[in-house]
Ligand binder design. Structure first.
Ligand SMILES: *[C@@H]1O[C@H](CO)[C@@H](O)[C@H](O)[C@H]1NC(C)=O
Ligand SMILES: *[C@@H]1O[C@H](CO)[C@@H](O)[C@H](O)[C@H]1NC(C)=O
Ligand SMILES: *[C@@H]1O[C@H](CO)[C@@H](O)[C@H](O)[C@H]1NC(C)=O
Ligand SMILES: *[C@@H]1O[C@H](CO)[C@@H](O)[C@H](O)[C@H]1NC(C)=O
Ligand SMILES: *[C@@H]1O[C@H](CO)[C@@H](O)[C@H](O)[C@H]1NC(C)=O
Ligand SMILES: *[C@@H]1O[C@H](CO)[C@@H](O)[C@H](O)[C@H]1NC(C)=O
Ligand SMILES: *[C@@H]1O[C@H](CO)[C@@H](O)[C@H](O)[C@H]1NC(C)=O
Ligand SMILES: *[C@@H]1O[C@H](CO)[C@@H](O)[C@H](O)[C@H]1NC(C)=O
Length: 474
């Protein structure tokens, strides 16, 4: 089977550099649906479980956040298209030396392309991670919404900026030298979930593609959903930058299911069904009617180490739970079937750590706080699936999360003598006391760093680069 591996530079700077080749040959290819496969997890679902999960759900395109060798290896004979990003931590080295870029391309790309065997390799672009334009943070008036911490941005933002152009150039040259053809669409993230928090005119119904919704007027165009509005904001911006026909790929789109108000499986299902129907209809947007963009669902799995600086929902974007179980049913468009769960998943034994009610719990709050500073307590936040379990149930939740994240080791259920092991599942209603996957957790630190860089770059992007015209509605 002719397999395809596609590598894409998602860089702002490609507007001024590599995109020159793209906008002259806009692609009107048939849209398709892919997924983002992130691994910012304490116990990532192993690639040998994820690849069969993708295949059994007929998912033919994945986007990765870096070129993890084990992940690429597992995909290289799968027939699944792959988009790879470069971690921003590597920008400095890539920009400083052509040789580093060449060895990056060789070690991370050529090697796996060669694995495919029969020459059926198509490189759609080249790679530079996370410099994606984030439409989610534009409001209806096309102004930036400030998220994050500006001093932090100023401290760290400049750290990468000088290296991006050099890195793009060097990787481009290395790709050409390796005879990997290059052609990049523009990758944009669209998050209607964030738009409803940032703009009072964007209602939940408007975000959820409800047909009965009150339409919004933007100039002469009328919008019936938040997706088209964000998409056309980008089309307009690209047109003004001189790229009216550039192909746009939606790099991330999804709806979280926990950790915030209106982040539930039920609402996520409505959003995803609305999105799938909209894409399948090929209605397009008012500025690009009659065709649908390729879109990568964000995300395949929940990730318990994702940064929660922007909100506790960040760890709950998965269509599947961290262990590969579908949260809701969805027709991804390839067939009428429902989603298929991951098979033969291996867990730690059915053991939980809870608070010992027979002890004096006078000082327990500090222990819970310490546990949550490391483990994942995002489900306890307002609107979350465990927001309603009363004290000290929430302390037990924190203890257990820490205990599971530390591979159920005995000393991870101590908490100054306040922890207690149990074999009775403490879960209540929707509040699930999870048991972790049996995997190596040695990659945890690395992945924490990766998500850190992503966040940094989002901020740099927002405060450092593009300026959109302010536009008033009539
Ligand atoms: C960049 O290069 C330096 C010197 O060769 C090396 O020590 C460092 O680990 C490299 N950094 C990354 C992120 O690869
Ligand atoms: C990519 O290639 C470099 C060597 O050029 C290597 O150090 C690195 O581990 C590889 N993998 C990733 C994920 O970048
Ligand atoms: C919402 O819509 C009203 C009426 O169209 C307009 O006056 C207002 O500026 C809009 N607000 C935002 C945040 O877009
Ligand atoms: C949640 O959705 C409801 C509509 O069902 C809306 O009234 C409310 O403002 C939303 N809350 C948040 C925090 O988004
Ligand atoms: C997978 O998708 C292809 C085309 O999108 C379709 O022809 C095929 O029947 C699907 N297979 C299954 C098992 O759904
Ligand atoms: C709570 O902590 C304080 C200060 O560390 C200590 O003096 C006190 O004995 C503790 N109380 C209990 C019940 O452990
Ligand atoms: C928690 O309680 C509030 C108020 O009683 C209720 O509105 C909400 O639906 C509950 N949330 C969950 C997840 O059960
Ligand atoms: C548990 O609930 C109590 C009472 O509502 C609250 O004061 C405490 O902060 C909560 N602790 C955690 C870890 O959520």
């Amino acid at each position: 089977m002719a397999s395809t591996i596609s590598f894409i530079i998602t860089s702002l700077l490609y507007l001024t550099t590599t995109l020159v080749t793209t906008f002259t040959t806009p692609s009107h290819a048939q849209y398709s649906i892919g997924v983002n496969w992130g691994t910012s997890s304490s116990h990532p679902l192993p690639p040998d479980k994820v690849v069969p999960l993708l295949k059994s759900n007929n998912i033919t395109k994945v986007k990765l956040f870096d070129a993890d060798p084990l992940v690429l290896q597992s995909l290289s004979a799968s027939g699944i298209d792959v988009v790879v990003g470069v971690p921003n931590s590597m920008l400095r080295n890539l920009s400083s030396s052509k040789r580093v870029a060449e060895s990056w391309v060789h070690d991370n790309l050529t090697r796996f392309v060669a694995n495919v065997g029969d020459g059926g390799v198509r490189i759609e672009g080249s790679v530079l991670g996370f410099w994606q334009l984030t439409v989610e943070l534009l409001n209806y008036h096309r102004r930036y919404i400030a998220v994050g911490d500006e001093p932090f941005l100023q401290n760290y933002g400049e750290q990468f900026k000088p290296f991006v152009l050099g890195a793009v150039t060097n990787i481009q040259m290395a790709l050409i030298k390796a005879k990997l053809e290059s052609k990049s669409p523009f990758y944009a993230n669209i998050y209607p979930f964030l738009s409803i928090h940032q703009n009072k005119n964007i209602t939940l119904d408007f975000a959820l593609f409800k047909p009965t919704v009150h339409a919004l007027k933007d100039g002469r165009k009328t919008y019936k959903n938040s997706f088209d509005l964000s998409f056309d904001t980008l089309v307009t911006a690209l047109s003004r930058a001189g790229f009216p026909d550039m192909e746009i790929v939606v790099g991330q789109i999804g709806w979280p299911t926990d950790g915030a108000v209106n982040a539930t499986s039920n609402i996520a299902q409505h959003f995803m069904e609305g999105l799938m129907e909209h894409l399948q209809s090929k209605a397009g947007s008012p500025l690009r009617p009659g065709r649908s963009p390729t879109a990568y669902i964000f995300s395949l799995l929940d990730e318990d180490l994702r940064s929660i600086t922007t909100g506790n929902f960040e760890r709950h974007w998965g269509v599947f739970t961290f262990d590969g179980q579908a949260k809701y049913q969805l027709n991804l468009g390839q067939s009428k079937r429902n989603l298929v769960n991951a098979q033969n998943v291996e867990y730690f034994p059915a053991r939980w750590c809870v608070v010992n009610n027979n002890k004096d719990l006078g000082n327990v709050t500090a222990s819970a706080h310490d546990a949550c500073s490391v483990a994942d307590c995002s489900a306890l936040s307002p609107g979350g699936s465990c927001a309603n379990i009363s004290w000290p149930g929430n302390i037990s939740y924190a203890f257990n999360s820490y205990y599971q994240q530390h591979d159920q080791s005995a000393d991870a259920c101590n908490f100054g003598g306040l922890g207690l092991l149990t074999t009775v599942d403490p879960s209540v209603d929707n509040c699930r006391f999870a048991i972790q996957l049996r995997t190596s957790s040695s990659t945890a630190l690395k992945w924490t760093l990766v998500s850190w860089w992503r966040l940094l770059c989002l901020w740099m992007l927002l405060f450092g680069h593009i300026v959109f015209p302010t536009h008033r509605t009539s």
